[in-house]
Write a protein of this length. Structure first.
Length: 372
């Protein structure tokens, strides 16, 4: 079985590395393609996992980069790569511009698409932007839909989705076994991340103000704000609060080891909602909507929105949560063995059926682009 795996951001590298490892372990021909959508963060994650990249797609990225330009450059680069390798299936993950470009390019070339983390929906096409519309389009172009939960599978009633859990948990288990360790961490740390486009401006301002208030209310806590290209607050925003630290982005393995001992996560990230649930750490979600309501329903997360008072109230509520109660809350996102289920299903389609002369897919490589 020949498989092309396309990734371009740090989260994609984290969530697809376990899939790559599992497919290679089974002896399949895996082509790893890295689109340099995140020129610094993605290569750092690749180095952590030790993934061997076969092809790079270089695209022009700057602060004024238009989404359509990213798509055009990525599709053009992937077209030549797919045409040369002729994969049986192309794997994309999540909802990034890289994933959309990979799915669109493969679909237009008559190559089946496998969507990892399929079916997630916030219900608002503009939040998160452009991710919500990206994943809707990717699902419509995909042949295989690997959903993390029954909630996400229910959003794809006509696509025959398969519930496999979330590969983020596979990556966490990998990091616990193979990753490096931090030298300093303790239970009084609160981890904070923010990067969503829709939170830029007033949203980030409100979140920063909430963190400032919380740091004054909880002087015994250490508030670690993890850096991201979309959010670089100045230290003076926090009036030189000694217990608020602005940190450079940590490598995934270091970050997971640091996160394991945190008492609270405040974030607008999707992946950290899954991390918190798996590691039994309460999460305060600083977004108006989330496509991961499973965590909210299970009690592992609180959807606070982006108003300052609501964020402060949610954080204080989460900090009062009993540690035993958190440990007993079941993670709704799987058990860390999603990659095995994905590999099993792909083999069912592209090893067993090909051997029997029946792929039963939308397209076959021999007909690519002639059906359009």
């Amino acid at each position: 079985m020949k498989v092309s795996v396309v990734m371009g951001t740090r989260p994609e590298v984290i969530k697809l590395s376990p899939v790559i490892f599992e497919l290679k372990k089974r002896g399949h021909d895996v082509q790893v393609v890295c689109v340099l959508q995140q020129k610094d963060l993605a290569p750092e994650a690749i180095k952590v996992f030790g993934v061997e990249v076969d092809e790079y797609v270089h695209i022009l990225m700057d602060d004024s980069q238009r989404l359509n330009s990213i798509l055009v450059q990525t599709i053009k680069g992937l077209d030549n790569i797919f045409d040369s390798f002729l994969p049986d299936v192309v794997i994309v993950q999540g909802d990034t511009s890289t994933a959309l470009a990979g799915a669109m390019c493969a679909f237009n070339m008559g190559i089946p698409v496998a969507h990892v983390e399929a079916g997630l929906r916030s219900g608002n096409p503009l939040s998160p932007y452009p991710e919500e519309m990206n994943r809707i389009l990717i699902d419509e172009m995909s042949t295989h839909h690997y959903c993390p939960t029954s909630f996400s599978a229910d959003n794809l009633p006509t696509h025959k989705p398969i519930i496999v859990g979330n590969t983020e948990l596979d990556a966490i288990l990998w990091a616990m076994v193979n990753g490096r360790r931090c030298t300093s961490h303790h239970r009084n740390q609160i981890m904070i991340t923010m990067h969503r486009r829709e939170n830029m401006g007033d949203g980030f301002k409100n979140i920063n103000n909430a963190i400032l208030r919380l740091s004054k209310e909880h002087p015994d806590k250490e508030f670690l704000i993890m850096g991201h290209p979309n959010h670089r607050p100045a230290q003076d925003v926090f009036n030189k609060q000694d217990n608020v630290l602005l940190c450079a982005p940590e490598a995934f393995d270091y970050f997971i080891d640091l996160l394991r001992n945190a008492s609270l996560i405040i974030t607008d990230s999707g992946g950290l909602q899954e991390d918190g649930a798996f590691l039994h750490i309460p999460v305060v979600i600083t977004r108006k909507e989330t496509e991961r309501m499973e965590g909210v329903i299970s009690g592992s997360a609180i959807l606070a929105g982006i108003e300052e008072d609501n964020i402060v109230d949610a954080a204080n509520k989460a900090l009062k949560k009993d540690r035993i109660q958190s440990l007993l809350t079941e993670c709704p996102y799987g058990d860390g063995h999603s990659s095995e289920l994905i590999a099993d299903d792909l083999e069912e389609h592209y090893v067993k059926r090909i051997a029997g002369g029946n792929t039963n897919e939308w397209f076959t490589n021999g007909d690519r682009e002639t059906n359009v």
